[in-house]
Ligand binder design. Structure first.
Ligand SMILES: *Cc1c(COP(=O)(O)O)cnc(C)c1O
Length: 330
């Protein structure tokens, strides 16, 4: 299969750990966690796997500036800004927050990495972020620079290879563990993490079920998103796979109040798991998804003894921006 080149930026392979106390408390399936929050410190989280491919393509095209976008606490924007600084590239970030708050969490880090911030109101961001990024790209040309545009979450064809490779990494780790996971579960925000794992799982002809838990929209919408991302990915590999919409598994019901909005019970869950296992989830993605997984286990979706691998996709810095909400928990 044809695959594009990639940079080496992430600390790989990331460990797989057994959550013994959570598993015995639930007394159902056994739960493991893949620590993709440990892909780096500045580069922490799932986005760097996708960026290894995207930024390589940017460099091959002779670009000197990375342009991307996200919410005010975007992990993806922070990983892009950090990688740009590491590689001596420049970074322009379009953020859906106007006015901009006091720098904190990922947003603080973005200022430290020297990214140029462009603020838009969340309403304008929702409809016009691509237009804004295109404008920035045109302005750069006037300065004699060349910008490379990365869409929301690096969830496009090229970004998908990051999690295609992660599935290969998991398969190699399973050989040492001596078993194959029955389920791989992760949060879904823009779709390429799911798409990459799903693609490789099919190519390897595995029986593992790949399940996404959407945290910003509904499963039906994300099935279409994943499909579109895969179609774009096939233009690189020229090796499409056969699949139907039913093969793409999404569990609805865990968006809560909406993207990046927290409810006390979600933060309570993060706090409980941190004390129980020493693992800190984030409020926007992994906290909601893992709370969802635990709820699904409690309501009997999984059989006793089945092996589940949850991907910890990162996001720790976002937790710090919710310090007041954590303080209010009883
Ligand atoms: C972006 C992100 C996700 C979602 O991954 P997608 O590939 O965008 O679906 C999950 N967890 C964290 C911490 C993220 O930053």
């Amino acid at each position: 299969m044809k695959k594009p080149n990639k940079l080496k930026l992430a600390n790989l392979p990331t460990p797989i750990e057994y959550l013994s106390r959570l598993s015995s408390e639930l007394d159902g399936p056994v739960i493991y966690i893949k620590r993709d929050d440990q892909t780096g410190t500045e580069l922490s989280g799932n986005k760097i796997r996708k960026l290894e491919y995207a930024i390589q393509e940017a460099i091959e095209q002779g670009c000197d500036t990375l342009i991307t976008c996200g919410g005010i606490q975007t992990n993806h924007g922070r990983s892009t800004a950090a990688a740009a600084a590491k590689l001596g590239l420049r970074c322009e970030l379009v953020l859906g927050a106007d006015p901009l708050p006091v720098p904190q969490g990922n947003y603080l880090l973005n200022t430290l990495f020297g990214a140029k911030i462009h603020a838009m109101t969340p309403e304008a961001f929702a409809v016009d972020r691509m237009t804004k990024m295109e404008e920035i790209q045109k302005d750069l040309v006037l300065e004699g620079r060349k910008g490379y545009m990365i869409p929301l979450g690096a969830s496009n064809g090229i970004g998908t290879f990051g999690y295609y490779d992660c599935m290969l990494e998991i398969a190699a780790q399973e050989e040492k563990l001596g078993f194959e996971f029955d389920h791989i579960v992760m949060a879904v925000g823009s779709g390429a993490t799911y798409a990459g794992l799903f693609y490789c799982n099919k190519v390897l002809n595995r029986k593992t079920q790949i399940t996404g838990i959407p945290i910003s929209s509904d499963g039906a919408t994300f099935k279409k998103t994943v499909d579109a991302i895969l179609q774009e990915c096939f233009t690189y590999t020229e090796s499409p796979i056969d699949y139907s919409e039913e093969d793409i598994k999404m569990i609805d019901g865990y968006v809560g109040l909406g993207y990046a909005l927290s409810q006390p019970e979600e933060l309570q869950f993060i706090s409980k798991l941190a004390a129980q296992e020493g693992v800190v989830l984030d409020p926007v993605y992994t906290g909601k998804a893992m709370a969802g997984l635990v709820n699904e286990i409690k309501t009997g979706r999984y059989k006793k003894g089945e092996r589940i691998l949850f991907i910890h996709t990162g996001g720790l810095y976002g937790a710090f921006s919710k310090y007041l909400e954590f303080a209010e928990l009883k």
